[in-house]
Design a protein around this ligand. Structure first.
Ligand SMILES: [Zn+2]
Ligand SMILES: [Zn+2]
Length: 389
């Protein structure tokens, strides 16, 4: 049986090791084997590599992946949107699958909090068959019940990977603050109908952070009808990118270094009121203190950037009371958000150049360099292309 090369995280903060695994002798019913075309390096991979999230090693990293179907298990005939699947189709998939049966999945409709979820490229060890459960590899095994999405022919692989998990994270987060829309979407799930993008119609929105999640949140807010969008962050090249993605105004945190001055700037730019919605996409605790002050009275605050536990912030609860704030949190994403994302990318490739954010390509053998360019903020988006020499 031929083997498949993979780059493996065996020890935290040590170089990834190139290893060869045997391909599965057969694909179980409902599963699939995919030949990896491109795998994105996400900021979370850097946190995982450093050992900042509790995972069990060894793991093949990579939870943003596009590939072509090599083998289909018995009974797997259609993708999540009910399109037929065949060998050779270009597909992507959600990195996690919820059980659909537990209290959070079934009763409370919060499947992203399902205790059974284990993510490809994060929570699946590679020392037992089928081994190939992460993106940094020549092949990727998809277990039964994986949410697979066929990629439309006119949608570039670079756009899907460039948007990566940041876009689905942002779509889910923005949906949460548009609570009515979220209820409708949950009701539509399973009807085969493609859910729509959440709406921030005529809202004034502040996005804190110009990293991948911030840029994606900006794109979602723009497409969702926001009237005015202010992006706060840095460095300069990230703010320039925010401009290319349609930010009306940017505030450079190096130029306006004092948080209170940034709050004043937002108030001035919003007629003295503050923003209808502030989306935190930074991941630094202090941003939350600052961002709540940027909301107008009765506004909404979404904590989206704290995917790792970065510690505590000083929050004055009186601000929440006095402003009658609505405070939201959002974790990961559901399958429907990937469906929304693919439709979104297909419809908006000119307005939101996610494909152009893929700036650095690496072979599998150079996976360590790919990870380091992401860790050191040298790239907009680094990717691994296993066939790249
Ligand atoms: Zn990610
Ligand atoms: Zn569950």
């Amino acid at each position: 049986m031929p083997g498949a090369k993979a780059s493996v995280l065996e020890r935290f903060a040590a170089p990834l090791r190139l290893r060869e695994f045997s391909l599965p002798s057969s694909v179980e019913p409902g599963g699939a084997l995919v030949r990896t075309e491109m795998a994105g390096i996400c900021g979370t991979d850097v946190h995982l590599w450093k050992g900042q999230l509790p995972i069990s090693l060894p793991v093949i990293l990579g939870h943003e992946t596009v590939g072509r179907i090599e083998q289909l298990g018995a009974g797997l005939e259609r993708d999540w949107t009910d399109q037929p699947l065949k060998i050779g189709d270009r597909v992507t998939w959600t990195s996690t699958t919820s059980c659909g049966e537990c209290y959070y999945c079934k009763v409370k409709r919060q499947p992203t909090r399902c205790p059974e979820r284990r993510a490809y490229g994060i929570g699946q060890r590679c020392d037992h068959p089928p081994h190939l459960l992460g993106g940094y590899a020549e092949f990727h095994y998809l277990r039964p019940r994986t949410n697979i999405f066929k990629i439309p022919d006119d949608l570039a692989t670079e756009a899907v990977i460039g948007a990566g998990c940041a876009l689905i994270t942002a779509i889910h987060g923005v949906e949460r603050i548009c609570i009515e829309r979220a209820r409708e979407a949950a009701a539509e799930e399973g009807t085969g109908k493609m859910p729509a993008l959440p709406s921030l119609w005529r809202d004034c929105v502040v996005v804190q952070g110009a990293g991948p999640v911030g840029i994606a949140a900006l794109a979602v807010a723009r497409r969702g009808g926001a009237r005015q969008i202010i992006v706060i962050g840095g460095p300069k090249h990230r703010l320039e990118m925010a401009g290319r993605f349609g930010a009306d105004l940017t505030i450079d945190i190096d130029e306006i270094a004092k948080p209170s001055a940034r709050v004043d700037a937002v108030r001035q730019l919003t007629g003295g009121y503050g923003a209808d919605a502030v989306l935190e996409c930074v991941g630094l605790p202090g941003a939350v203190t600052e961002g709540m002050e940027m909301c107008r009275d009765g506004g909404k605050y979404l904590v989206l950037g704290h995917y790792c536990d970065a510690g505590t912030a000083q929050v004055n609860p009186h601000v929440i009371t006095r402003k009658q704030l609505q405070v939201f949190g959002s974790w990961s994403s559901e399958p429907r958000h990937l469906g929304v994302a693919l439709g979104f990318l297909q419809a908006t490739s000119k307005a939101f150049p996610f494909a152009e954010t893929v700036t650095h390509r690496f072979s599998l053998e150079r996976a360590n360099e790919a990870l380091m360019t992401t860790a050191n903020w040298q790239s907009a988006k680094s990717v691994i292309v296993p066939s790249f020499k």
